[in-house]
Design a binder for this molecule. Structure first.
Ligand SMILES: C[S@@+](CC[C@H](N)C(=O)[O-])C[C@H]1O[C@@H](n2cnc3c(N)ncnc32)[C@H](O)[C@@H]1O
Length: 214
């Protein structure tokens, strides 16, 4: 996650304990951070941790919903980590002019709605990873750019949206295991007209691409 951020001013939305901003300042990957938190308990924890780290001059903790506490153009980069993809997408959709050029997103569930949002809003994928934790956490790095996202070129679209175009191209062991697990889970569930039938077709598309690389 850290390696994907390089910013003058980075906003961490839903910061909770503010561990990410503290690490970003300590590692020199951000010069200043704004840590935004909606709920009073985590907000107090964030303030305690930032003060305890002696970084109150570099990290400003603000109360509020999503990007609302930020001025337009104030941050050149933002992260939204550890929330459901639907929650993250809602925050992004309400951000308006405060939305920065670069984003790092780590949803707790399928990142597909975030890839769909990014394609529609002119953000290109610059990196994707599956990081080990309690389960595999997807991480997406995005940057605003013109034209269609080249990451998707030549890939089956449903499979790329579901599994990640850069992850499919990298064809790593973690993604292969995820696609195999989906094939095992969906095969007995798929019947004509069921959602599982479409999901299975997408998993098969991904598997065919991983197998043949085409
Ligand atoms: C599970 S924690 C993740 C904390 C941290 N980002 C991480 O990855 O470890 C999610 C945090 O987001 C906060 N949150 C949820 N919706 C929010 C919103 N709309 N604006 C700001 N914070 C929000 C929650 O209060 C909670 O502290």
């Amino acid at each position: 996650m850290l390696a994907l951020v390089r910013a003058e001013v980075h906003a961490d939305i839903g910061t909770d304990h503010a561990r990410l901003p503290v690490a970003l300042i300590r590692s020199g990957r951000a010069r200043r951070c704004v840590a935004v938190e909606l709920n009073p308990g985590p907000l107090a924890q964030a303030r305690r941790n930032v003060a305890g780290a002696g970084l109150a001059a570099q990290i400003e903790v603000r109360a509020g919903d999503g990007f609302a506490p930020l001025r337009p153009g104030e941050a050149d980069s933002a992260s939204l980590c550890g929330m459901g993809a639907a929650t993250i997408r809602g925050v992004l959709e309400r951000a308006g002019a405060a939305l920065p050029t670069r984003l790092v997103l780590q949803p707790n569930d399928s990142p597909e709605p975030l890839r769909v949002w990014a394609r529609a809003q002119g953000y290109h994928l610059t990196a994707e990873a599956l990081t080990e934790g309690y389960w595999l956490y997807p991480v997406l790095a995005l940057e605003r750019a013109g034209g269609p996202d080249p990451a998707y070129m030549g890939l089956p679209l449903a499979a790329a949206r579901r599994y990640g175009p850069l992850l499919l191209r990298a064809a790593g062991a973690a993604l292969r295991e995820q696609v195999e697990a989906d094939l095992r889970r969906l095969t007995p569930l798929a019947a004509p007209g069921r959602p599982a039938e479409r999901e299975l077709a997408t998993a098969r598309e991904a598997w065919a691409w991983l197998d043949g690389g085409t």
